[in-house]
Design a protein around this ligand. Structure first.
Ligand code: HEC
Length: 147
C-alpha cells in the first residue's frame, strides 16, 4: 500500500518535471556600458540582493530547476527583468529611470527583495541601515521636489 502510494507520488513528481518554463536567454553580448552606475557600496548591494531577478546575472539555485518551484522562480526572474534590468539601464529613457528610482524608494523597505526569496537567500538580506542607504541614493535621483 505504502509502496504504491510512494510510487504514485514519485510518478506525479516526475511528470511535473515536464512542465517547465524558460527564462529568455540573455543576449550573447552584454554591453558593460549599459549597466547602471552607482557608488561602489550601492552597486555591491544591488548585485548581492537584486541581480538574481533584475539583471542577466541570475544565479539559479538547484531547486530553481525543479518543478513546480521552478515555475515560480523563473516567472519571478522573467517579471523582475521586465520591470527593472540594471544591465539594460542605458537603454531606458528618463521617464523609465525616474519610475524605477521611485519604485526602489517605495519598495526597498518591504517588497524588495521579495520576502520569499530572502527566506532562501540569507546572504541577500539587507539591514535597515543598508535599506536606508539605498533609499537615500534612489531619492537623490528623483527629480520632483514634491516627493
Ligand atoms: C526573487 C526575485 C527578485 C529579487 C531578488 C528582487 N526583485 Fe524587484 N521585482 C521582482 C519582480 C517579480 C517584480 C515585478 C512584480 C512586482 O512589482 O512585484 C519586481 C519589481 C521591482 C520594481 C518595480 C516595482 C514598482 O512597484 O515600481 C523595483 C523598483 C524593484 N523590483 C526593485 C528591486 C530591488 C532594488 C531589489 C534588491 C534590493 C529587488 N527588486 C530584488 C523580483 C525580484
Amino acid at each position: 500500500m505504502f509502496k504504491t502510494l510512494a510510487l504514485w507520488v514519485l510518478g506525479m513528481f516526475g511528470l511535473l518535471q515536464l512542465v517547465q518554463i524558460d527564462i529568455p536567454q540573455p543576449p550573447k553580448q552584454i554591453d558593460p556600458n549599459k549597466e547602471i552606475k552607482a557608488p561602489k557600496p550601492i552597486m555591491a548591494m544591488l548585485k548581492r540582493s537584486c541581480y538574481d531577478c533584475h539583471s542577466y546575472e541570475t544565479k539559479m539555485p538547484w531547486y530553481g530547476h525543479v518543478s513546480p518551484v521552478s515555475l515560480e522562480v523563473k516567472s519571478h526572474v522573467k517579471e523582475g527583468r521586465e520591470a527593472v534590468n540594471f544591465q539594460e539601464w542605458g537603454n531606458y529613457d528618463d521617464a523609465k529611470k525616474q519610475k524605477i528610482y521611485k519604485g526602489i524608494a517605495k519598495t526597498i523597505n518591504f517588497r524588495m527583495p521579495m520576502p520569499m526569496y530572502l527566506s532562501m537567500h540569507e546572504d541577500a538580506k539587507l539591514t535597515r541601515k543598508q535599506r536606508e542607504t539605498i533609499k537615500k541614493w534612489a531619492k537623490s535621483h528623483i527629480k520632483e521636489e514634491a516627493y
